[in-house]
Design a protein. Structure first.
Length: 385
């Protein structure tokens, strides 16, 4: 637990550094992605900082983070509640999710603003709040936000049948965006672990998705998605598997190297080649979201403390070697490296490890799909007579 507290303290320090030099952050972000304007960059940062503080504030007070949270909330508030935000809430009530998150989180943290509260209430009450085609998990987000705002229990029953979280899932047949849809749905359905998943959600299937997705993320060193996947495992309040234990250990090791978590666009060679006085700026742009994700994960672990409820969801616990084998199978299948995948499947043909066996079955289907796609491609390229 000491390491977790120490890691979260570093994440909050990272957040403080960001908030104290927003101009530099916006300028650096625009340099790396000119398509984003200053307002887009800072609105996203402000909302995600508020979310980090919201979850961290749920840690028992004796953990010693309350002073940091109060100070960071005070720094954040003027950037979350501006005249521009008030205008946007009135002009585009359908954008309430992205605009109001920081205000609602700050309100939950005890920092109220009556003027902004009235604008948010008007946006939620507007008949045009749904004048947008929201993905399923974004609809969940709006209901979750309103439940925080109104101190009510959200109803997701009509959204669950169409949610990806209730569909067959395996990373061999998923995009990163699909995995993020699962993790975000889980966040809103459980209020970041404060409530349990509804009975209609297949916990066994979700546990399988978590383990396989951990293997996927480890194969590609995708620390941002890995952090969110491990969050879902925490929301399940399930017993740690070798997959989640490995993921937690790897994330802690990666974070403690330089006290930030590299994001998907972080390039180690570029970072290492920079002068020391430019490295943190690069890390903030290409690592702040992953670092915040890790901070929320640390918060969840500190909330659980030593009183974690354990559910025996796995009768067979695989060894570290099976985590490696599962990662290799998933990577080969996703990259359609057929010969190597066939060799790997042959090696594990009679395995009794559930997760590896499941991946072998899905990988075999992936081979069939790849061969079928290749046949269609040949038909497309052949001249027609």
């Amino acid at each position: 637990m000491h390491d977790t507290r120490n890691n979260l303290a570093h994440v909050l320090g990272f957040a403080r550094s960001l908030l104290m030099d927003l101009d530099r952050f916006a300028e650096s972000s625009s340099r790396y992605d000119p398509a984003l304007d200053r307002h887009q960059i800072l609105d996203k940062l402000v909302a995600e900082t508020a979310l980090l503080l919201l979850v961290a504030n749920r840690i028992p007070e004796n953990s010693g983070f309350q002073t940091d949270i109060r100070e960071l909330s005070a720094i954040l508030s003027p950037h979350a509640r501006t005249a521009r935000h008030l205008f946007l809430l009135a002009a585009s009530p359908q954008a309430v999710g992205g605009i109001a998150l920081a205000h609602i989180a700050l309100t939950c943290l005890g920092k109220r603003d009556e003027t902004f509260d009235a604008a948010v209430q008007a946006a939620f009450a507007s008949p045009y709040i749904d004048s947008i085609d929201r993905p399923n998990f974004r609809q969940m987000e709006i209901r979750w936000l309103y439940s925080l705002y109104s101190n009510t229990i959200p109803d997701f029953s009509d959204l669950l049948p169409c949610s990806i979280i209730n569909k067959p899932m395996h990373p061999i047949f998923m995009r990163r965006e699909d995995a993020y849809a699962v993790t975000h749905a889980a966040m809103y359905l459980t209020d970041f672990g404060r409530s349990t998943f509804l009975p209609s959600i297949d916990r066994w299937k979700l546990c399988g998705f978590i383990d396989h997705s951990i293997s996927w993320c480890l194969a590609y060193s995708d620390w941002d998605l890995l952090g969110e996947i491990v969050m879902v495992q925490r929301f399940l309040q399930s017993r740690d598997s070798i997959f989640s234990k490995t993921a937690s250990s790897v994330l802690s090791d990666v974070f403690s190297r330089d006290w930030f978590m590299p994001g998907p666009n972080f390039v180690a060679e570029t970072y290492n080649a920079l002068p020391d006085n430019q490295k943190m700026g690069y890390a903030m742009v290409h690592g702040y979201h992953s670092t915040y994700v890790y901070g929320i994960l640390c918060s969840l672990d500190l909330i659980r403390g030593e009183d974690t409820v354990e559910h025996d969801l796995d009768d067979v616990v695989p060894s570290d070697e099976q985590v490696v084998a599962n990662s290799k199978l998933i990577k080969l299948a996703r990259e359609a490296r057929g010969v190597e995948l066939m060799q790997e499947l042959e090696q594990h043909r009679n395995t009794c490890i559930p997760r590896v066996s499941e991946t072998c079955e899905v990988a075999a289907e992936a081979i069939c799909q790849t061969l079928r796609a290749s046949a269609y491609r040949r038909l497309e390229l052949e001249p027609r007579h």
